[in-house]
Design a protein around this ligand. Structure first.
Ligand code: ATP
Length: 268
């Protein structure tokens, strides 16, 4: 089974036709001299679901922020097919405005891009229906559970119909039952919409469950240490989560993460 998993020494070259995102020689050094990332070469095919897996502080969020254009790389080039407007971002925290209804929170990206008022209502209703929150449009964030707040945050990212969805440990703070349910709902959404997803996590189990490609990073400054192709029939569901195949992938990726941690230790 595990022979499906192909470990590669490094990922990516320049952008190829069909790439949604391409990073070439990307590094990030913060103002105080912290070398956070790279160099990283990384390509993501359009419609793929890729997980960036690495230890806390290895630069995963930094990589996402650079792809989103929220932070500039110190060196290297970033290419996003369709440009930054084609990106939706889901942060670690739901980051909802507490004084605004769910409907108004989700409408925010459309208002910021001056979308005609007549379009906004329909787009918001559709995004809320996508994440199972249609009945909570008028509710305020304080009236929602943690999982529902994260659904609202996901709806806000989807409302502009982006090609690329960047997700930064969105479910890390949720209880396991809610997290598993959101994992399944995200996979269903991805199968329907076929957006390109880059999902950051430090959970081996979550990355193997969700992603078709797991990219393992070393500790800071994060580099790509290995890649695994999780080649299992779709749709994935609870049967996959409890399968011997899933367990074997998790063991393999876990071993790769341990190896990556060792690489980081040697560099320091
Ligand atoms: N604005 C900043 N200024 C200075 N250093 C920063 C800044 N943002 C991040 N760092 C540092 O860069 C490194 C990488 O941070 P980053 O948040 O990208 O890691 P991460 O892998 O996403 O971590 P986590 O999984 O804990 O969220 C860390 O050492 C962090 O302290």
């Amino acid at each position: 089974m595990i022979e499906h998993a192909t470990a590669l020494s490094a990922a990516g070259t320049g952008p190829r036709a069909g790439d949604a995102v391409s990073l070439k020689g990307v590094t990030k050094r913060y103002d105080r001299g912290v070398a956070a990332l790279g160099p990283v070469d990384f390509n993501v095919r359009s419609g793929d679901f890729v997980s960036l897996l690495g230890p806390s502080g290895c630069g995963k969020s930094t990589a996402l922020r650079i792809i989103a254009g929220l932070s500039d790389p110190t060196s290297g080039t970033v290419c996003v097919a369709g440009g930054r407007r084609s990106i939706g971002f889901v942060f670690q925290e739901p980051t909802l405005m507490p004084w605004a209804s769910v409907r108004d929170n989700v409408a925010l990206p459309l208002k910021l891009t001056h979308r005609p008022r007549a379009d906004i209502g329909g787009c918001v209703e559709a995004a809320l229906a996508r994440v199972g929150l249609a009945e909570f449009a008028a509710a305020y964030p304080r009236e929602l559970s943690g999982g529902m707040r994260m659904r609202a945050s996901l709806a806000r990212a989807l409302v502009t119909d982006p090609d690329v969805l960047l997700m930064d440990e969105p479910f890390a703070a949720l209880d396991e039952i809610t997290r598993f349910r959101l994992n399944n709902d995200l996979l269903a959404l991805w199968r329907d919409l076929r957006k390109t997803v880059i999902f950051v996590t430090h959970s081996v189990f979550e990355s193997v469950y969700l992603a078709r490609r797991v990219v393992v990073m070393t500790p800071r400054p994060g580099r790509i240490s290995a890649e695994y192709c999780i080649d299992t029939p779709e749709p994935r569901d609870e049967n996959f989560r409890t399968s011997a195949e899933y367990g074997a992938y998790c063991r393999e990726v876990s071993a790769a993460l341990s190896l990556a941690m060792g690489k980081g230790a040697r560099r320091r």
